[in-house]
Design a protein around this ligand. Structure first.
Ligand SMILES: Nc1ncnc2c1ncn2[C@@H]1O[C@H](COP(=O)(O)OP(=O)(O)O)[C@@H](O)[C@H]1O
Ligand SMILES: [Mg+2]
Length: 160
């Protein structure tokens, strides 16, 4: 059963970040967050927690020690925008379009013992689709950015 209640996305994000504190400390990854006090939106809390968790763990796991993660959240015109960027690594351009496929792992991860299954981003994709979100992964100057944007409110009759 999918909830259509308003959730505070800012709080959800803060809680998920708090959950990965130990991982961040272990890899000496610094964190810079730009999150407002509160952003209400209609989303499935449990599913969104799962999506954010997957993305955060990826950002930490696939960055070298001592790098940084930048997280921003904002809303504008009834749309929520979120970016999670990790530095010190890039993804080969021809692999980017496959990242959201089930069991796909970029070469470097397949060869390294990073412990994933390649399902994380496939799950993220399903959850993003459920929320009618636009989303993607891109290389930035300093690293890799996962981004998404979604409407704060469902239109009548559309289900999440
Ligand atoms: N933030 C990121 N930075 C660098 N590479 C990433 C990042 N997120 C995902 N990747 C690459 O995308 C692949 C797929 O990610 P995912 O679906 O979560 O599977 P898994 O983490 O189990 O390998 C990873 O194996 C990794 O190569
Ligand atoms: Mg993963």
């Amino acid at each position: 059963m999918v909830g259509r209640f308003g959730i505070d996305f800012a709080e959800l994000l803060r809680v998920q970040i708090a959950d990965v504190t130990d991982l961040l400390t272990e890899k000496e990854i610094s964190l810079e967050v730009d999150i407002p006090d509160k952003i209400l939106c209609e989303a499935d809390r449990t599913q969104m927690e799962r999506a954010i968790q997957n993305v955060l763990v990826n950002a930490i796991r696939y960055s070298p020690n001592g790098e940084a993660i930048y997280i921003s959240l904002l809303n504008e015109k009834d749309t929520v925008y979120c970016e999670i960027e990790n530095t010190g690594v890039h993804i080969q351009e021809d692999m980017i379009s496959h990242l959201f496929e089930a069991f796909y792992r970029a070469d470097t991860s397949r060869n390294r013992n990073t412990g994933g299954t390649g399902l994380g981003l496939y799950i993220v994709r399903k959850i993003m689709e459920l929320h009618h979100a636009e989303y993607g992964i891109k290389n930035s100057g300093r690293g890799v950015v996962f981004w998404f944007q979604m409407p704060q409110k469902r239109s009548i009759g559309s289900s999440i």
